[in-house]
Design a protein around this ligand. Structure first.
Ligand SMILES: Nc1ncnc2c1ncn2[C@@H]1O[C@H](COP(=O)(O)OP(=O)(O)OP(=O)(O)O)[C@@H](O)[C@H]1O
Ligand SMILES: [Mg+2]
Length: 341
């Protein structure tokens, strides 16, 4: 049995559809119209113990919704989930003690209290024995280098410092399963790197199973061997980050450095040329034609250097998202309902 087993998971939100105009508004008082937003549509996924998996997807893809379902914050419309044998939305106390959810967009610590007080609260909520609590807290504050900030009200901390405190709070009870929703959002590159290093080290040490969402490719490249691409509420890819290029890009980028005396205007007109900065010129070439095209170019021009590389990952991912969005037009069904109070 895998530590996470998700089968045919679906979640639709019911959203009140406000109509424009006064009459429509008055009618709306008696007869409300709702729209169903299908946020997660038939997700199947298995995660093994100790894996560090990234969820990658455009805004509104259903990543946060999936993490909320896995941590039992919300209940699905249909489908089944088992995490360490628990059904998350049953909210068993025993489950609560074994996972943690950190949301970069949401503050979970007490704003006006110093972090150290929030940590104590966590100790009581999770019933952590004193000695264990202190050891874990000291270890984590040491690793994240925030000991000197423990006594300061959280609202006075910088975003990066607060995020570190959020992580410590989440890890005090040594969860076996960690859900991280954009833990580095809004952080500068140095702070991002520190959080990455910390997570990497922590995961190496403890073998915690971690699911992370991030829009920063650097986070994903640094941390996750396995990337699950979610778009439109369903999974479009499951594999390595590098594998995305093999699967979704049929092109290579060929850069040639040409002799200074070349007629660059004519080279620029060749099919596939995408960028010209004499003496360099870049071509996008279908992978299986690279050898032929390169041969022809070498025959025709005075070439001083050649680079053949994959297109930038960000670009491949952007076109993959676009393709996924076009594949499935948004499935929205209208439903009528009674006014709710
Ligand atoms: N509480 C809610 N009520 C109604 N609709 C919601 C609610 N939460 C999310 N949605 C909708 O569900 C879809 C998926 O949202 P979700 O937050 O899971 O996306 P996401 O992948 O986390 O995106 P992002 O990268 O922007 O965080 C979106 O269309 C969103 O508008
Ligand atoms: Mg989100």
């Amino acid at each position: 049995m895998s530590i996470i087993e998700i089968e045919n998971l679906c979640k639709s939100y019911r959203v009140y559809q406000k109509k424009e105009g006064v009459w429509a508004g008055i009618r709306g008082l008696f007869h409300r119209e709702y729209r169903e937003v299908a946020a997660v549509r038939g997700v199947n996924l298995r995660v093994e113990s100790g894996e560090f998996v990234a969820f990658l997807g455009p805004n509104g893809a259903g990543k946060t919704t999936t993490l909320k379902l896995l941590s039992g914050v919300i209940t699905p419309t249909s489908g089944t989930v088992s995490v360490m044998g628990f059904v998350p939305w049953h909210r068993d106390d025993a489950y609560r003690r074994r996972f943690a959810l950190v949301m970069g967009q949401k503050n979970q610590l007490w704003w006006d209290l110093p972090a150290t007080d929030s940590f104590r609260l966590h100790q009581h909520i999770y019933n952590i024995p004193g000695a264990v609590f202190e050891r874990t807290r000291d270890e984590l504050t040491e690793m994240l280098d925030v000991r000197h900030l423990l006594g300061q009200p959280v609202r006075e901390l910088s975003l990066g410092e607060r995020m570190k405190m959020e992580l410590i709070a989440a890890l005090l009870h040594s969860p076996e399963m960690l859900f991280l929703d954009e833990p580095t959002i809004g952080l500068d590159v140095v702070a991002q790197h520190k959080i990455q290093q910390f997570l990497k080290h922590y995961q190496n040490q403890r073998r915690t199973t971690i699911l992370l969402t991030s829009h920063y490719m650097k986070d994903i490249a640094a941390l996750c061997k396995r990337v699950v691409v979610i778009a439109n509420g369903s999974i479009h890819y499951d594999g390595s980050l590098a594998g995305i290029i093999d699967r979704f890009s049929g092109d290579k980028v060929v850069t040639l450095q040409l002799d200074e005396r070349t007629d660059f205007a004519s080279v620029a007109k060749l099919p596939g040329s995408v960028e010209i900065e004499p003496p360099r010129i870049k071509f996008r070439v279908p992978r299986d034609e690279v050898a032929r095209v390169l041969g022809e170019l070498l025959d025709r021009y005075q070439v001083t250097d050649v680079i053949v590389e994959d297109p930038p990952l960000e670009e491949v991912i952007a076109s993959m998202f676009l393709e996924a969005a076009q594949q499935e037009p948004e499935l929205v069904g209208a439903a009528n309902g009674r006014p709710t109070r």
